[in-house]
Design a protein around this ligand. Sequence first.
Ligand SMILES: [Zn+2]
Length: 341
Amino acid sequence: MLLSLESIGLKAKEMSTTIGVDIGGTKILALALSSEGKILLERRISSPPRSKGPGALFEGLEAVCKDLLSSLIDDGISDIGAVGIGAPGLIDRNGVMSYAPNLLGAVRVELRTELERRLEGIPVVVDNDATLATIAEHLLGAGGEALNLVMVTLGTGIGGGIVSDGKIRRGAHGFAGEVGHMVVVRDGILCTCGNHGCWEQYASGSALGRIGREAAVRGRAKAAVAIAGGDPTAVTGEHVTAAALDGDRDSIELLEEVGSWLGLGLSNLANLLDPDILVVGGGLIEAGELLLRPATATFQEMLEGGRMRPKPPIVAATLGERAGAIGAALIARENPPLSFS
Ligand SMILES: [Zn+2]
């Protein structure tokens, strides 16, 4: 059932077809969502390399949005309301990307105004990618009826989103939920944000890739190395996950290590926010129970008074890699519709 945006404290105007775009570290996924919540069209392109800067990112976004818009119009769909964009990092309430360590680094990019200019006046809304994935999972996915939900997305980094007492939480500036940069090891591994010991250096897809390569150069995780084409230094989190799903013992152990770090961070979040449910999404959730089982074990061990309280379940997101783009399309309904002829 499609719950209303009002139910989580957002304002929605007239329902219309909207476009949602999720900017990831490796790919940009865009889709058109009907007013009934059905995916009408989908496009994906590779994210431009970080070295090419914001200009290349804007070109990619403009091309993918215009492609979807013209396809919709060709299909006779003219009630296109707005475009929603999800981006990693600190996105303020005016749609300015203030800081995106896993995408462009320390930049100030006027995402909303520049895209509205390029899309010739179509309203654009921009929000944090994990916040949008949380909205989508809460309304259409794994969230169920939960009024208190914490979501984490495990990919290049770790994004987070919070629904508290039924409302999506954005904080004073729109920056709430940057859980990947909670420091869990003082003076630990250097993070892309410049700090040391951030949670995403231990529990993300990138973290699995790092420990996978470390194991591989010591002669372990041979199945993952084989999937990587024989080069131990080319092993990624995806290779380790694929090998683990094939039953490779070393790779399963690597996922147990990352899963345990995941449980540690989730217990901190549950101590802070007391959720009904914790939802785990992003590319790394492809590992399924191989990740969630060790995460749940550590979580229950570390949660304050764990034996004396209800234990919130840790579940996999159900919208998969589309959660962010669906959330972006949903948030675009906050804008008034615009008609095309
Ligand atoms: Zn960090």
